[in-house]
Write a protein that binds this ligand. Structure first.
Ligand SMILES: [Fe+2]
Length: 480
């Protein structure tokens, strides 16, 4: 009898409908990690200018926390390194995801119905020493502290290693988490992680950002994030009849503290920026969903001309050379490619096409020569994807771009990747790896005597992955 009672309780527990949440389109319960509390969550380190001396941290609480603080100390080996901590007041910015206010107008976002207003807090730690490990923690309500996170400031010189991933976008918690965690397990000492756009699928949906932060968990509490805005970071808000243009996610600026390029129009702030990480490496981030490509191209042209970094890397979401079947961004290419070519940008890191493609504009008469050691190269282009949404590759590969002189070196379908990029003096090393840490693609580029050469390339012996020789791909609509 007792057993029957227990059994029926058990059956009840597993069959009673979960509390439906109006903010979730699947009618499922809101996970506890989505809801803001008086404790800090969604903690992310980002880089301000001068990453040798500064970094920013942004975090979220519920709206009861209207002012708060953060602490920082040099991370020593002492058990109580924290005794030397300094305290800083945080900036606090309110955001009501269900009723966001933009430029004085309150909108309704039904995807976030029932989600309570939150506060986003941020600090920028300044006057730090280069190449030094700091421990910091952030607070919500009084006594509600995060753990101490360790972050290393950039070095002025020496090797820099970073991770680059393409679109996460779908199944961010269920599927993308294994990729991003595999990348962190493989490269726990990465200096930063570059996310090349489409971090989520629906720009202003709180649930998807909750998934993104849950998937990265403590990774971005330690390793700075360099986020690029993709087309899916831009959307019309739910009920906004007067709104014709897509707008940047309501979460983007509150939750990422990013550099503001004062000379650019306000709508490009915190989505178009550059990061001079070290003497060797300068990264430039564009926002290609924003229609003002010409302004970005002019800005990029000026910044590239002024930079004396050894290695110049540009990241944008829409690829210059498309690899997804039936896709092309001819208008953007017409404006941006001449700038990339004029300054012989070394590496262009992109997403959007949900396929893997790597290839270069080379300078050898025998175009394929660059693939092997000795081939001169002008600019290397990569399209990659880190999430489960996968497209088919262009029927003709990159033959459609023959007139642009670009040659495809490696391609893949049906495979999420992460990339590890290391610059060390006159050498840039690149690897694309699978979620099982298998090397799928690599190259080494070296500059000497005014010549830029591929000194090693495509050494992986993994067979090229396509829909013909990999598992079934039924799409991502069934992902939970
Ligand atoms: Fe995209």
């Amino acid at each position: 009898m007792r057993f029957v009672l227990f059994l029926s309780l058990l059956i009840f527990a597993f069959t009673s409908p979960a509390q439906a949440h109006p903010g979730d389109q699947h009618g499922e319960a809101m996970p506890p990690w989505q809801k803001a509390s008086s404790w800090p969550d969604r903690i992310v380190v980002t880089l301000a200018d001068q990453p040798q001396n500064r970094f920013s941290v942004t975090w979220r609480t519920d709206a009861t926390v209207s002012e708060t603080i953060a602490q920082i100390a040099v991370a020593t080996e002492d058990a109580r390194f924290d005794l030397a901590a300094e305290t800083m007041s945080a900036r606090t910015e309110p955001l009501n995801p269900a009723l966001p206010e933009l430029q004085g107008t309150v909108y309704q976002e039904p995807m976030n119905a029932g989600i309570e207003a939150a506060h986003f807090h941020s600090v920028t730690f300044t006057d730090l020493e280069p190449d030094t490990v700091y421990a910091y923690r952030v607070r919500g309500a009084r006594g509600a502290w995060s753990e101490w996170f360790q972050t290393r400031t950039a070095a002025e010189t020496g090797p820099v290693k970073f991770i680059y991933v393409g679109d996460a976008q779908n199944g961010v918690m269920s599927h993308w988490s294994r990729l991003i965690r595999a990348s962190y397990a493989a490269v726990p000492d990465a200096d930063f992680i570059l996310h090349a756009g489409d971090l989520v699928n629906r720009a202003s949906r709180d649930f998807e950002w909750a998934e993104w932060f849950k998937a990265v968990s403590h990774i971005h509490g330690m390793i700075p994030a360099l986020p690029v805005a993709g087309n899916h970071e831009y959307a019309r808000l739910g009920l906004s009849p007067n709104q014709t243009d897509r707008i940047l996610s309501i979460f983007w600026r509150p939750q990422f503290t990013l550099p503001i390029e004062g000379e650019l129009p306000a709508d490009l702030h915190e989505v178009v920026y550059d990061m001079r990480y070290s003497q060797d490496l300068h990264i430039f981030i564009l926002s290609t969903q924003n229609s003002d490509i010409q302004t970005q191209a002019d800005w990029l042209n000026k910044q590239l001309a002024a930079s004396d970094a050894t290695w110049k890397v540009v990241s944008m979401h829409h690829p210059i050379f498309s690899s997804g079947r039936g896709r092309d961004s001819a208008d953007r290419r017409a404006v941006l490619l001449p700038v990339l070519e004029r300054h012989a940008v070394d590496l262009v890191l992109q997403g959007h096409d949900h396929t893997y493609a790597r290839g270069a504009i080379g300078q050898t008469p025998e175009r394929l020569g660059w693939r092997d050691a000795g081939g001169q190269v002008q600019t290397m282009f990569v399209n990659s994807v880190s999430g489960p949404k996968q497209y088919e590759f262009q029927e003709t590969g990159w033959d459609m771009y023959e007139k642009d002189g670009v040659e495809l070196a490696r391609r893949a379908e049906n495979t999420p990747f992460y990339q590890i990029i290391t610059v060390d003096g006159d050498t840039l090393h690149y690897e694309a790896r699978t979620v099982l840490d298998q090397l799928y693609d690599d190259f080494e580029m070296r500059k000497s005597g005014g010549v830029k050469q591929i000194t090693r390339g495509a050494t992986s012996t993994m067979e090229e992955r396509s829909y013909q020789n990999t598992g079934d791909y039924p799409g991502v609509n069934d992902l939970k």
